[in-house]
Design a protein around this ligand. Structure first.
Ligand code: MCA
Ligand code: AMP
Length: 481
C-alpha cells in the first residue's frame, strides 16, 4: 500500500511544518509523530483538541500513521455541542498540547500531550499503511436541524482529493503554503496541513489570520495562499494602503479561495491591485473537493471551475432528471460521485441514506454550467443553512438554544448578507416579557456557552410575533422585508 505521506516515509529533511518559530522537517515529523503513533495504536478513535498549533498537526499525523480515526474538536465549542460530539464519536483518548485546559467532558478521557519536545526520538519504522477504505477522520458538520453529524472520511478520499488538487494546481514539493485557517475543518486541516505533507512540501501556519502575516510569508518564500472569502475580503480592503501586501500577492504562484462564494467585487479589487486573479475551488465536508479553476486554466470570476480528476458531477432538476445543457442558464442541484466522497454519517444510517440519490450525493448546492464546463454556484436549496466566514451553520441548532433562554418566547434564525462574512447570523426574538427583553450580548453569550463561538448571533431583532403561515410554520422569507 503506498503511504499517505511519502516524504515522511522517506524521512526527507526539507521543512514540513512551521507554526511561529516552531518548525519540523518531514524527517523530524516522522520521528515525533511516529513515536506518538505507537502510543495511540489500537485505540478505536482519538479526539484532537484542534488549536491552531504545531501540536495539533503532530497529533493528527500521529493518529493517521497509527491508522486510528481522528475527531478534530474546535476548542471554542460550547458545552452542548462538545458533549454531543464526544458522546457520538466516543474517542478513547484526547490529544492536546501540554497546558491546554480541557472542558470536563474531555478531561475524563486519557490524555496524551502532543508537545514535540516531550516525545523521545524514536527511529522505529513507521506503522504499516492501513487500507485505503479505513476511516481517516470524522469531521462534524451542521445540518438544517438537529446537532452536527460526524462525516466519516476514508483515507482514499483524502488521497484522491489531494492528488486531484495537485493535478489541478500543479502543486508540488516546491510549494510553500501559507494560511491562517482553523484546524478542525476540511479546508484548514486536510487541504492546508495534510496537503503540503502529502506533496512533500511545507506549510507555514499564521496561528491567526492577518494581512500582515500573509504579506510577511508571501514575501519570504511562501508560494501559495489558501483562505475563505472573508480573508480575501479583508485583503482587498487592506490593499489600498498596503503596497507591501500588494507586492507579496503579486509574487505568489497561486491564490486559492474556497468554503463559500468569493464576491466578484473582491476578486476584481485584488486583480486590479496585484495583477493576480484568485482561483476558486468548491468542496464540502462530505465530498472534500469537487471542482476548481485549474492553474493552467482561465481564472474566471464567479465560477468554481471544472470537475477535478476522478469526480463525476451532474446537475439535476427539481423532478430528479439530469440536466444536459451547458448554457450558463439552466439551474440544477449539484450531485456527485467519486473516490473523494465520505462513507457515512457516524451512527446515522438514516441521514446517510437520505443524502444519496441512486448512488449520487445530493449537495443541496444549486448551479449552472458554462458551455466549456465551468460550474457557477447560484444558490442553496436549504434556506436554513447559513455560511458565515466560511463556516456552515444550521439555523435550527441555534433556534433550539435560544428557545431555552428564559427571556425568549419565540426565536427564528436567518442569514443576512454581510460584506465581510458573506452572511451574518441574525436572531429574531419574541421576548417572554416585552418590556424586559434579554440583551443581544446576553443571547450571544447564551449561544456561545452551548455551541461553537462562530454560531453566536451577530445581530438580534425584537418582534411582537413571528410571521407564520396557516399551518403555524414560521415564514422566514417574510422576516427580511
Ligand atoms: C464573533 N465574535 C463575536 C460574535 N461573533 N463576539 C460577540 N458576539 C458575536 N456574535 C468575536 C469573534 O469570536 C472574535 O473574538 C472577534 O469577534 C473578532 O473576530 P474576527 O477576528 O474578526 O474573526 P471572526 O469575524 O470571528 O472570523 C472571521 C474568520 C473566521 C477569521 C474569517 O470566520 C474563520 O476562521 N473562518 C474560517 C472557516 C473555515 O475554515 N471554514 C471551512 C469549513 P476572539 O478574538 O475572542 O475569537 S468549510 C470546508 O472545510 C469545506 C470542505 C470547504 O469547501 O472548504
Ligand atoms: P461545509 O459543509 O462546511 O463543508 O461547506 C460546504 C458548502 O460550502 C458547500 O455545500 C457550498 O455551499 C459551500 N462552498 C464551498 N466552496 C464554495 C465555493 N468556492 N463557492 C461557493 N460555495 C462554496
Amino acid at each position: 500500500m503506498s503511504p499517505l505521506f511519502p516524504a515522511l516515509a522517506e524521512r526527507s529533511t526539507t521543512p514540513a511544518l512551521q507554526f511561529g518559530d516552531r518548525t519540523l522537517s518531514h524527517a523530524e515529523l516522522a520521528t515525533v509523530a511516529g513515536a506518538l503513533a505507537a502510543r495511540i495504536a489500537g485505540a478505536p478513535r482519538v479526539a484532537v483538541w484542534a488549536t491552531p498549533t504545531l501540536g495539533t498537526a503532530v497529533g493528527v499525523v500521529a493518529a493517521l500513521l497509527a491508522g486510528v480515526p481522528v475527531v478534530p474538536v474546535n476548542p471554542k465549542t460550547g458545552e452542548r455541542e462538545l458533549t454531543h460530539i464526544v458522546t457520538d464519536s466516543s474517542p478513547a483518548l484526547v490529544l492536546a498540547e501540554r497546558g491546554a485546559e480541557l472542558p470536563p467532558v474531555l478531561a475524563t478521557l486519557t490524555r496524551l500531550d502532543t508537545d514535540v519536545a516531550d516525545i523521545a526520538p524514536d527511529t522505529v519504522p513507521l506503522p504499516a499503511e492501513p487500507s485505503p477504505q479505513a476511516p481517516a477522520l470524522i469531521v462534524y458538520t451542521s445540518g438544517t436541524t438537529g446537532p452536527p453529524k460526524g462525516v466519516v472520511l476514508p483515507r482514499r478520499a483524502v488521497t484522491a482529493t489531494l492528488d486531484a488538487l495537485a493535478d489541478a494546481w500543479q502543486w508540488t514539493e516546491a510549494d510553500v503554503l501559507v494560511h491562517g485557517l482553523p484546524l478542525f475543518h476540511v479546508h484548514g486541516l486536510i487541504l492546508g496541513i495534510l496537503g503540503p505533507l502529502r506533496r512533500g512540501g511545507s506549510v507555514r501556519h499564521l496561528g491567526r489570520f492577518s494581512t500582515d502575516g500573509v504579506a510577511r510569508e508571501l514575501s519570504s518564500g511562501a508560494t501559495m495562499l489558501f483562505g475563505v472569502p472573508t480573508m480575501y475580503h479583508r485583503i482587498a480592503e487592506a490593499l489600498a494602503d498596503d503596497p507591501a501586501l500588494a507586492k507579496a500577492l503579486t509574487g505568489a504562484r497561486l491564490l486559492v479561495s474556497g468554503s463559500a462564494a468569493l464576491p466578484v467585487r473582491d476578486h476584481e479589487r485584488i486583480a486590479a491591485a496585484t495583477g493576480r486573479r484568485v482561483i476558486e475551488r468548491y468542496g464540502m465536508t462530505e465530498t472534500l473537493m469537487n471542482t476548481s479553476v485549474r492553474a493552467d486554466g482561465e481564472p474566471r470570476a464567479g465560477t468554481v471551475g471544472v470537475p477535478l480528476a476522478g469526480v463525476e458531477l451532474r446537475l439535476v432538476d427539481e423532478t430528479g432528471v439530469p440536466i444536459t445543457a451547458y448554457d450558463s442558464e439552466t439551474v440544477g442541484e449539484i450531485q456527485l460521485r467519486g473516490p473523494n466522497l465520505f462513507t457515512e454519517y457516524l451512527n446515522r444510517p438514516d441521514a446517510t441514506e437520505a443524502a444519496f440519490d441512486d448512488g449520487w450525493f445530493r449537495t443541496g448546492d444549486m448551479a449552472v454550467r458554462d458551455p466549456d464546463g465551468y460550474v457557477r454556484i447560484v444558490g442553496r436549496k436549504a434556506t436554513d443553512l447559513i455560511k458565515s466566514g466560511g463556516y456552515k451553520i444550521g439555523a435550527g441548532e441555534i433556534e433550539n438554544v435560544l428557545l431555552e433562554h428564559p427571556g425568549v418566547r419565540e426565536a427564528a434564525v436567518t442569514g443576512e448578507p454581510d460584506e465581510d462574512l458573506g452572511e451574518r447570523i441574525v436572531a429574531w426574538i419574541v421576548p417572554a416579557q416585552a418590556d424586559a427583553p434579554p440583551s443581544a450580548e446576553e443571547l450571544a453569550a447564551h449561544v456561545g456557552a452551548q455551541l461553537a463561538s462562530h454560531k453566536r448571533p451577530r445581530t438580534v431583532r425584537y418582534l411582537d410575533a413571528l410571521p407564520r403561515n396557516d399551518m403555524g410554520k414560521i415564514m422566514k422569507r417574510a422576516l427580511h422585508g
